[in-house]
Design a protein around this ligand. Structure first.
Ligand code: FAD
Length: 413
């Protein structure tokens, strides 16, 4: 690590690994270092998600989310085929259970068509025929949705990267970033050791894909930004194994369009199990997955940020309901019984939670789309919300385009 790198990439989640790979393909022979503070890749959002390759139903037409997701589905499936990674193209049903949801379902149908996504509207009888254990007034069937293990996808991307000459530094935490006129200098320390010794790494250009730490990385550089990452826990249960065949598709509720999360769904996992979740509960530790995990620093940062109070005030009722159901299993169960009435409390078994990195602006706006910040020698991915796992490869290409633009601009100035 003593050498000078052409590109430094911080973050060994799927976005960072896909970016390191794409940079190496774009600039063959260049020296690229991928830096990750954990002992393995995909330890945070990428390794704690629903494992769905989303088709792109929900996203505003013309948004980066809609564009990246549509392209990402096919590219993810192709990548998995090339690398013999298991994928199950099980399709997804969005189930409406009351009149309000039927109306919202019509809006989603229109949105699917605007986004060019194949979709079929099912009436009650057609839904019942496809999924005898699911009840609803109607549903949308989206055949392009699939499931996969994103940790495995990331590991394969990382193997491609190192096989092509890229270098990876695990257990390496970046603690400071300095941008000079002719290079970037990172101060790093070895994670998971008592030693506080630091060392520096230099490079020509830096890309930060820090997920839950995205704002801390922009702050380290002194970039002026208007956002902070607020952690929202996504808690799951796993259904008892006797229910592994309870559904043939993924079963989603019709979401409330004013919220960025999709609602508690029944997800067939690639290992054959079925999960229920995730909910969306306020977290008090960005990378703490246990129910009682608390970080003073993370909590104080959040409480001192005006956007947190705006967003909490705006969604107070929803937030309190999420809290109640997170602690009261019967409340959580009701969310899924709405469309799968046969489940009982004893069917819900423990399963690890995930934590979403949600960028929130100072005025309380929840950032729904991808968000970037840059400087003459760096590009920061500030918000990479779901479905960023599905979309990682197109996002990486977009990042490469932006990196090229920034470098051209710098040279022209
Ligand atoms: C509950 C949940 C369910 C989801 N379901 C889906 C789904 O079904 N389909 C889908 O497409 N998307 C889904 N998503 C979204 C998707 O998982 C994320 O958008 C995606 O994984 C983001 O990847 P990332 O690389 O940006 O972040 P991460 O995977 O969080 O990676 C960021 C990395 O940066 C590292 N890092 C941070 N700071 C430093 C530092 N200072 N030094 C070194 N390393 C650092 C971290 O250790 C981490 O490994 C879900 C997310 C959650 C939380």
């Amino acid at each position: 690590m003593n050498e000078y790198y052409d590109y430094l990439v911080i973050g060994g989640g799927i976005v960072g690994v896909a970016t390191a790979n794409a940079l190496l393909r774009r600039y063959p022979g260049s020296k690229i270092l991928l830096i990750e503070k954990e002992s393995a890749l995909a330890c945070h959002q990428t390794g704690h998600n629903s494992g769905v390759i989303h088709a792109g139903v929900y996203y505003a037409p013309g948004s980066l989310k809609a564009r990246f997701c549509k392209e990402g589905v096919q590219r993810t499936v192709d990548f998995c085929r090339q690398h013999a990674i298991p994928v199950d193209n099980c399709g997804k049903l969005l189930v409406a259970t009351n009149e309000t949801e039927v109306r919202r379902m019509q809006d989603l149908l229109a949105r699917c068509r605007e986004n060019g996504i194949e979709v079929e509207a099912l009436d009650q009888a057609q839904l019942q025929a496809r999924e005898p254990n699911i009840c609803g007034l109607g549903a949308l069937f989206v055949p392009a949705t699939s499931i996969v293990d994103y940790r495995l996808v990331t590991e394969h991307m990382a193997s491609d990267f190192t096989a092509s000459g890229g270098e990876t530094a695990l257990d390496t935490q970046v603690t400071a970033i300095a941008e000079r006129s002719d290079h970037i200098e990172l101060t790093c320390r070895q994670s998971h050791t008592a030693s506080t010794d630091s060392f520096s790494v230099k490079g020509r250009f830096l890309v930060c894909c820090g997920g839950l730490m995205a704002d801390r990385l922009t702050n380290m550089m002194g970039l002026e930004t208007d956002f902070q990452i607020i952690p929202y826990r996504g808690e799951y249960y796993r259904l008892a194994a006797r229910h592994n065949q309870i559904v043939r598709h993924l079963i989603y509720p019709i979401p409330d369009p004013s919220l960025p999360f999709l609602g508690v769904h029944l997800t067939r996992m690639i290992d054959g199990s079925v999960t229920v979740g995730p909910n969306a509960v306020q977290g008090f530790k960005r990378e703490g997955y246990g129910r009682f995990n608390f970080s003073l620093r993370d909590s104080l940062d959040m409480l001192a940020f005006p956007g947190f109070w705006h967003v909490t005030g705006k969604h107070l009722k929803t937030g309190l309901r999420e809290f109640k159901d997170a602690w009261w299993k019967a409340g959580y169960l009701e969310r899924v019984r709405k469309y799968c009435p046969g489940l009982t409390l004893s069917d819900l078994e423990p399963y690890p939670a995930g934590i979403r990195a949600q960028a929130v602006l100072k005025d309380g706006t929840l950032v729904h789309d991808f968000l970037f910040a840059d400087s003459p020698r760096s590009l920061h991915v500030c918000n990479a919300p779901s479905p960023a796992a599905t979309s990682a490869m197109p996002i990486a290409d977009y990042i490469c385009d932006k990196v090229a633009e920034i470098q051209q601009q710098r040279e022209a100035d």
